[in-house]
Design a protein around this ligand. Sequence first.
Ligand code: AKG
Ligand code: FE2
Length: 141
Amino acid sequence: MDSHVVSLHNYPACPNPDLASGAGPHSDVSSITILLQDDVGGLYVRANECDKWIHVESVEGALVVNIGDSIAHRVLVSGSKNRVSIPIFVTSAPNAVIGPLPEVLEPGERPTYKQVMYQDYFNYHFSKGHDGKHTIDYAKM
Ligand SMILES: O=C(O)CCC(=O)C(=O)O
Ligand SMILES: [Fe+2]
């Protein structure tokens, strides 16, 4: 059984935006994230571990969809405007066991990741702060 978590983010304008961080680099621990952002902008995504951050332009009426932990993202605050975003995180149930599907392994192949309880994975993510795409390391064999 899945769970859904709705967050309401308010990023106040900051007179020194270069000294502030809205949300540090991270990837989500949800199966899917569906995000509504206002027209202020400030959400950036980064492909793999490359250095280039790409601004996700706000498009009126459009939703941003993240699949699993596929993309690192961050939020920079504006020097003059408040920003509001509303992500909906579709997650596993807290007591669900997540891990690699045995069906996708070749005969004799060892999985890279172990089975973990979703609640433990979630708690690990929020215990360490935003550090890019490293939550998955928790499940490494
Ligand atoms: O505010 C945003 O646009 C993104 C928020 C976010 O990345 C998160 O809550 O995980
Ligand atoms: Fe996120």
